[in-house]
Design a protein around this ligand. Structure first.
Ligand SMILES: Cc1cc2nc3c(=O)[nH]c(=O)nc-3n(C[C@H](O)[C@H](O)[C@H](O)COP(=O)(O)O)c2cc1C
Length: 169
C-alpha cells in the first residue's frame, strides 16, 4: 500500500556520523511505523526502498560529508511495507569548533511533478546500476542533467517549487 504525506506533515530525524538514527519525531514514528525503541541507534537504511538507486544515496552522503546540504525525492518503505514518497532536505550539524557531529533530515510532502519525474528516472538509474554499477548510473544522471542543461540541485528544487506546485496525492 502507498501512504501519503499531508501539507502539514514534517518528518524529521537525526543521525550520528555513520547514519545511525539518534532521533525521530512523531511524524517519523507515524510514517515509518517503527517505535522509538526499534529505530534508535539503527542504521537509517531500515526504511530504504529497493527501488531507490544507490547513486541517490551516494550523492546524499558526498554532499553532507563535505558540509553541503542535500535535497532529494526519496521513496521509503515503512515497517508494515507501506511505501511513502518524501521531499527530503538533509543538513550536517556542527559543534562549536565547526566539526560535523551528525546529520539532520527534514521531509515534506513532495510535489506531484517531482515524484512523477523520479518515478521515471530512478528505475533507469537502477537499471544502469544493475549492468554497470554506480559508474554507469552516475554517467546516466550526469548526461540527463547535461541534456536538460541544469544542475542536480536546480532540477530537484525546481521540481518541488514550481509556481503551480501540486502536492503528491
Ligand atoms: C540524516 C539522514 C537521513 C536519512 N534518511 C534516509 C531515509 O529516509 N531513507 C533512506 O532510505 N535512507 C536515508 N538515509 C541514507 C541512509 O543512511 C543510507 O545511505 C541509505 O538508506 C542506503 O543504504 P544502503 O547503502 O545500506 O543500501 C539518510 C541518511 C542521513 C544522514
Amino acid at each position: 500500500m502507498e501512504i501519503y504525506l499531508e501539507d502539514n506533515t514534517l518528518i524529521t530525524s537525526k543521525t550520528d556520523l555513520k547514519g545511525h538514527i539518534t532521533y525521530g519525531n512523531a511524524d517519523f514514528i507515524q510514517f515509518s511505523g517503527y517505535r522509538e525503541s526499534e529505530f534508535l541507534n539503527k542504521p537509517h537504511n531500515i526504511i530504504r526502498h529497493q527501488d531507490m538507486p544507490r547513486i541517490a544515496f551516494k550523492l546524499l552522503w558526498d554532499n553532507v560529508q563535505n558540509g553541503r546540504e542535500f535535497f532529494g525525492f526519496v521513496k521509503n518503505l515503512s515497517r508494515e511495507k507501506n511505501v511513502y514518497w518524501v521531499f527530503a532536505n538533509i543538513t550536517p550539524s556542527y559543534d562549536e569548533h565547526h566539526n560535523i557531529i551528525g546529520y539532520y533530515s527534514v521531509r515534506r510532502r513532495p510535489s506531484k511533478n517531482g515524484v512523477s519525474f523520479m518515478n521515471d528516472l530512478y528505475p533507469k538509474l537502477c537499471q544502469a546500476e544493475s549492468q554497470g554499477g554506480m559508474n554507469a548510473s552516475f554517467e546516466l544522471l550526469t548526461n540527463t542533467l547535461k541534456e536538460a542543461n541544469i544542475s542536480y540541485d536546480e532540477l530537484v528544487i525546481n521540481l518541488q517549487n514550481t509556481a503551480k506546485t501540486q502536492g503528491y496525492h
